[in-house]
Design a protein around this ligand. Structure first.
Ligand SMILES: [Zn+2]
Length: 390
């Protein structure tokens, strides 16, 4: 992975490059930023640059013996740890090493741009499972790192999604960060630094990777998908700085999935829950939706809730008279207008907090069916809070 393979983020790349030139490579660094930012790509490019045998001013050479191995992610001094779970093939004690082949494939075919869900799909992990970085995994790599480097200047460990470490593995990592082996570079990657032990945070240099700028997304969409400027700008706005979302919408021909429609239908049911005439019918529909929701798997549940948060935000903008910022079309645009009287200063934060909390609870393995039913009735209650302007 070369720095030039990563688009945008010039200031950040320069900072990393400069640290190599000035011989200030900090032994443990934590790259954090939301989904869809090139954290992993930057980490690999950085490690490759540190070890390149004939690096140029701004990038690795791409052809030296170290780079050739890095290009295939097959350098003996490059180690990866990532969340794993049991699958059909690996049915007990899963370790990162067991999944190195699909890992390399996914990193190479996506240029290190993928989500946790993409990773789960790649290894054929059931969505109902929760992948973690376990202690055996952490222990094994710690042992490997204690050995002398095979051939590189720096041994590198890239830990992807550190927030998925269980407490035992976090403590093992902490130990090795406290007394790092010589010439070892730890590159930790996370989407959620709040979930990481403060003792680990305090031992790493923090590198924030902000969401991708709209301008960069627009340019990339035009280059890669041949969209017009207007279309690319619309998709960039919908993606909210998440390049993976932008790609998904782009691959669907610029159309978002059906989920916004599902959300609108669900809200119609909730609205009718508050009426005596349609109550029974709507209750039944909510129960059916809860069953469908529960079957859809954790990652789809989370993406439904995130999408719901985005729609609520658009409705709020509509209510504030900022309709220019609501980049939706057709039925979805009409929905933000129809629904805006029900989202106002007195209840908007409640919808939002409730969706956020549900999202967190899904992460923690809550019973999705009960959660969805509860969410529906709480939404109904929030919807009935009177609009102070009416
Ligand atoms: Zn090189």
């Amino acid at each position: 992975m070369l720095f030039s393979d990563i688009f945008g983020y010039d200031a950040l790349k320069n900072r990393l490059i400069k640290s190599v030139h000035e011989n200030r490579v900090s032994h443990s660094q934590l790259l954090f930023g939301p989904e869809g930012t090139p954290k992993l790509a930057l980490a690999i490019a950085y490690a490759q640059y540190v070890n390149c045998l004939s690096r140029t001013e701004n990038d690795s050479c791409g052809v030296c013996s170290s780079c050739v191995k890095y290009n295939h992610l097959a350098h003996p001094d490059l180690h990866f740890i990532y969340p794993v779970a049991t699958t059909k093939e690996i049915d007990s004690k899963p370790k990162s090493r067991d999944f190195i082949a699909p890992w390399r494939e996914l990193v190479l075919e996506t240029r290190a741009n993928f989500s946790l869900t993409d990773w789960y799909d790649k290894i054929g992990m059931a969505e109902t499972k929760q992948a973690i970085i376990n202690a055996e995994d952490a222990g094994e790599v710690v042992r490997t790192l204690a050995l002398k480097a095979f051939e590189a200047d720096y041994k590198v460990l890239i830990l992807w999604m550190v927030e998925r470490m269980n407490p035992t593995s976090a403590n093992r990592l902490l130990k090795v960060l406290e007394e790092p082996p010589e010439k070892t570079l730890f590159l930790l990657i996370t989407e959620d630094p709040d979930q990481i032990l403060s003792t680990i945070l305090s031992r790493t240099q923090l590198i924030k990777i902000p969401a991708m700028s709209e301008a960069v997304i627009v340019t990339q969409l035009q280059n890669r998908f041949d969209f017009s400027l207007a279309e690319a700008a619309r998709i960039a706005l919908l993606s909210e700085g998440n390049w993976l979302t932008a790609c998904r919408i782009a691959q669907a021909g610029g159309q978002e999935g059906a989920s916004a429609g599902d959300f609108i239908e669900w809200l119609r049911d909730i609205f009718r829950l508050g009426t005596s005439r349609f109550w029974a019918e709507a209750s039944l529909s909510v129960l059916q939706r809860a069953a469908v929701f529960a079957r859809s798997g954790r990652e789809s549940q989370k993406s439904f809730l995130l999408m719901a948060m985005r729609m609520v935000r658009f409705v709020m903008l509509q209510g504030l008279g900022a309709s220019g910022m609501v980049k939706l079309e057709g039925a979805e645009a009409k929905f933000t207008v129809d629904f805006s009287p029900f989202v106002h200063a007195d209840n908007a934060p409640l919808y939002y907090d409730l969706l956020q909390e549900s999202h967190n609870n899904i992460e923690r393995n809550a019973n999705a069916q009960l959660l969805f039913i509860d969410l529906s009735y709480q939404f109904e209650r929030i919807m009935r809070i009177p609009n102070p302007k009416q």
